[in-house]
Each structure stands twice: as C-alpha cells, then as structure tokens.
Design a protein around this ligand. Sequence first.
Ligand code: TRP
Length: 432
Amino acid sequence: MSTTRFLTGITTTGTPHLGNFVGSIRPSVAASLRPGVQSFYFLADYHALIKCEDPVRIQRSTLEIAASWLAAGLDPEKVTFYRQSDIPEIPELTWLLTCVTGKGLLNRAHAYKASVDKNHEAGRESDDGVTAGLFMYPVLMAADILMFKAHKVPVGRDQVQHIEMARDMGASFNHLYGEHFVLPEAVIDDNVATLPGLDGRKMSKSYDNTIPLFSSRAQLQKLIGGIVTDSRAPGESKDTEGSALFQIYQAFATPEETAALRQQYADGIAWGEAKQVLLERVDQVIAPMREQYEALINDPARIEQTLLAGAERARQAATPFLRELRSAVGLRSLVQASSAKAAKATKAALPSFKQYREKDGKFYFKFVASDGRLLLQSTGFDAPKEAGQAIAQLQQSPDALQALAARLAPVEGVTPADVSAALQALADAAAA
Ligand code: TRP
C-alpha cells in the first residue's frame, strides 16, 4: 500500500478553544493514527507574524498550541511535528515559488481582496495598511505544502483557495523546470461540525465568544453558564435546533447520549440543569488531557526538544529536496554540467556497469547504456578487485578511458564520444 502524505499548519496567534479541538485537533490526531498515512503537522509561526506583532504572544501561543496537540494525543513518533521557522528551507522555497507566481494570482486571494474592499469602503487607498506579508501569504503556504510533497491538506473552507493556488504554483514550476512537485488537494471533512460559541455564532477568536480548551473546571463552569439560551422556563419543552448548548454537547457525546439529551429537551429540562449536563460531559473528555497539558506547559524545555527533533526529521526531506530544486532553477555549482541534456540524462535511467566472470576464470566488466546498448567491453582481469578499480576510475571521469585503453576491447559502432557522454552523465548524476 502506498502512503498518503497529509500536511497541515496551525497559525500560532491564539489559545486553542473547544472549536479548534472539535474542528481540527481531534480529527487530525485521529487521522494520524490511521494506517497508510504519513502526517506532517506544524506550527505556522512565520504565518503568525503576518497577523501579530507581539513577540510574547507569538511565543506563548506556540507553546500553548504545541502543548494542546501533544496533550490531545499527537504522537511525535508517528507525526512529523515541527515549527515552521525551524525549517530555513521554507523561506528559501518561498522565494523560488515567488518567482513563478503571477502577481495577478495573488491579487485574487480572498484575504488580500477583503482588505482592499475594506479600504475602498472606508474611502482609503487600496493597499492602505496592507503588508507585503499579507499579500505573499499564499506563497509561503504553498512552500509549506510543496516542500513535503503533501497529497492531502486538511483545512477549513476559508483555506481552499490557498490550496488551489499552491497547485497553480507547483504546476508552473513543474512546467518550467521539470516534474519536482506533487500537486496537493484540499480535504474538507464535512462530518466535523463547526462549533457555536457562547453567543451562538461560530466559535471564533474574532467574535470573542470562545471557550478555551484548557480552562480549569471552574472556568469551564463559568463560561458554560454564559452560553445563550432562550427564556423558556423549566418544564417547558425546548428546541434542540439552534441551541448552541445542544450542539456543543453533541460534539462531545455519543449518539446515544445525544438522543437522551434531545428527549430531556422535549421533556422540559431546565437550562441550568442542561448546562450542568454539558459541563460534566465536556469535562469528562477534557480532564485527562488537562493534566497532560499542565505538565507540558510547565516544561517548555521538553516541548522545545520535541519540536527540534521534529524539525530535524522534516529537514531530512527538505534539505536534499531544496538542493534538487536549487539545481533545477540553475542555482548550482559552476563545475556542474549545465546543459538541459545533462539534467534530463540525470533524471532518465542511467547507463551502468556490469561485472561478471567468464568460463576462462577471468573477471570482466561491461558498460551498458540505459537502453541496453553495449558501450564498453573489458578484457579479462585476474582478480575482481582489478576490474572494480578500473570501473571506479571510469566512474570518476571519462578521462580514464585513455589510461585504460589497453584493458578495453573495441565495440563495433560505438564512438569514443558516445562512451564519454555516457560516463559524464553518470558522473553528473553522482554529483547531483
Ligand atoms: N493558513 C492556515 C490557516 O490559517 C495555516 C497554514 C499555514 C496552513 N500553512 C499551511 C494550513 C499549510 C495548511 C497547509 O488555517
């Protein structure tokens, strides 16, 4: 079974709330445990700089989000879990992609357009207060995704356009420089509900209606007490439809428990009592994680170590891949073969040496083109080591052809230039 690579980033600007848990953390952790998937989850702290200029908040949020994901069961052995800014290849790839991205494409990004529209409404200049960081946001995000050849990117609906842009950028690059990038797809899980917040609107930092995931039980009780309800009295039957309280309960309870609460609504449960039921159910899920969270948040050195180990693993893929990309665009050693032909030869099947022993007891080798054509045939060597040394010399440089001329039998229809070119292709591939 081939593995599918999933990748997603979490911007480090806020404190995780119940909506993040239900909509992202819980399903992502569960997905990472499925067989046949390889997951890359990272803290998008470069992205955070676009929205937040408070260094303390960036650092604190990175700590809180890392601790939350780990407390929720993310296994850093299974998931490559890292901090974006620990991967210097990401900003470098951002630049390579920037150079193949139409400015017009970025003009159409929703987040940028929203800022421009707001400025127009207020009678300001289009780009008033818009940083180049906001404008470039989709390119940085494309670098995140393309770097790790992700197939699937689980995101909220608001991010789908960014995944499409990453595809566009990857395709442009591939078109210009050869097939280097996997083109990613967005995954939107329609089964995960968006959680309502205290006021009944979608739970979101921007509405200031959230319940922090790791509130103490007392805080949780206070916040749940503040969830909007209607004015129906105890004994009056209540609507589950449009009840924020009910929807939050549903996200934490089993279907049977949910059915039971629905019945209690119909039977006229008092709002105070319903809130108590919700508190108990949410706390039952959160309490064990809360303990873990407290331990983690009080040991930042441990989290730091986990993230650095994740970055090291991520860079095992990123460093050689970026080297390949740099070479593809022409950022490469001056002594490296420069023609497009050499680049193609590197990617295509390479010529190869074959060593064998004949009935005469001697050791031979031949050099065969990628299409099977015989290019070189040796005479017999007394020891396999001698044959091996001759091969090594030829692999290092076509110049060895001259020195070894006496040990090579002529092959009909093969010119010295053919042989040299094939040896050069081999040497280039080894140097790449
Ligand atoms: N922009 C994403 C968000 O705000 C976070 C993010 C950054 C991301 N890089 C990513 C998500 C790469 C998926 C893949 O939600």
